[in-house]
Design a protein around this ligand. Structure first.
Ligand SMILES: Cc1ncc(C[n+]2csc(CCOP(=O)(O)OP(=O)(O)O)c2C)c(N)n1
Ligand code: SF4
Length: 278
């Protein structure tokens, strides 16, 4: 944990650490950080009862900038670490943060199975359709015709559709948000945290350094003209046919979350280790 906060009334500032973010000026991740701290203040869970787990990437730096417990782990493995944490400590509110490279490429397998397991986690992906930290390689959500130095003429590879995949794999809450709307995004994150089971929130978060054209997302996004549904087939049609800039809660289901240990752990890690001794 970065700082102990003892204030009775929780504000977004209660969830910020003393570290100044080192993202490029104008990066969408600044707004996402602000939305996360606003959402946590709305939820009124004190920082010492929140853990934020991430992998590696610009977006994965989020835990260090909050006053919550944090784990900045291994590239693509944040969901695996967070799943173990939540199952062992169901009393904690566990958020997972990262990028499209971290979550859909190297971490893609964990993404599918986290949706399927439906552990009560809130997974926030800052999707900028590029690997920002490693200087602009195409990611699974990069448009096939994005022409740049590293993939001249574009990769020609169909883009991954995270929301459809989350829904088909069993996520219990599926939403799209836009970094340029910090209040709307905070509201969606707060809903995702409250919703039982695995909540997936895809945030369009521009990388102004390697994808400066994403500044135009501001003009492209629009509120989803529909209320959240618990009908997966209707949500699938809705997500498959939208233009990728429909912002809002697109699915809120009622699957029972994966059962956690609820204090029923039988042994300590040392007992487990002893069982595996050769
Ligand atoms: C096992 C492993 N493979 C590759 C890397 C190199 N690496 C670091 S961050 C990153 C991609 C980051 O992209 P993304 O997750 O989209 O986050 P962004 O930086 O765009 O926020 C890669 C490939 C690594 N750190 N570890
Ligand atoms: S490289 Fe892109 S994603 Fe990384 S901090 Fe800069 S603008 Fe943000």
């Amino acid at each position: 944990m970065n700082d102990i906060v003892t204030t009775a009334a929780l504000t977004p500032a209660s969830f910020k650490s003393a570290y100044k973010p080192i993202w490029c000026p104008g990066c969408g991740d600044y707004s996402v950080l602000s939305s996360i701290t606003k959402a946590l203040a709305k939820g009124a869970v004190p920082p010492e009862q929140v853990a934020i787990v991430s992998g590696i990437g610009c977006s994965s730096r989020i835990p260090a900038y909050t006053s919550c417990y944090g784990f900045h782990g291994v590239h693509g493995r944040a969901l695996a670490a967070a799943t173990g944490l939540k199952v062992a400590r169901p009393d904690l509110t566990v958020l997972v943060t990262g990028g499209d490279g971290d979550g859909y490429s190297i971490g893609g397998n964990h993404f599918l199975h986290a949706c399927r397991r439906n552990v009560d986690l809130t997974y926030i992906v800052m999707d900028n359709h590029v690997y920002g930290m490693t200087k602009g390689q195409a990611s699974p959500t990069t448009e096939p015709d994005w022409d740049n130095k590293l993939s001249p003429g574009g990769t020609g590879i169909r883009a991954f559709h995270p929301l459809v995949i989350a829904l088909a794999s069993g996520a219990n809450f599926v939403a799209r948000a836009f970094a340029g709307d910090p209040n709307g995004t905070a509201d969606i994150i707060a809903q995702g945290i409250r919703h039982p089971g695995f909540s997936f929130i895809e945030i369009l978060s521009p990388c102004i350094t390697f994808r400066p054209e994403q500044r135009e997302w501001k003009q492209a996004v629009h509120p989803a003209p529909v209320a959240p549904t618990d009908d997966a087939a209707r949500a699938a049609r809705r997500i498959m046919t939208d233009d990728g800039f429909n912002v809002g809660v697109l699915y809120a289901g009622d699957r029972t979350p994966y059962p956690t240990l609820h204090g029923k752990a039988k042994g300590t890690p040392a007992d487990l280790e002893a069982e595996f001794l050769l």
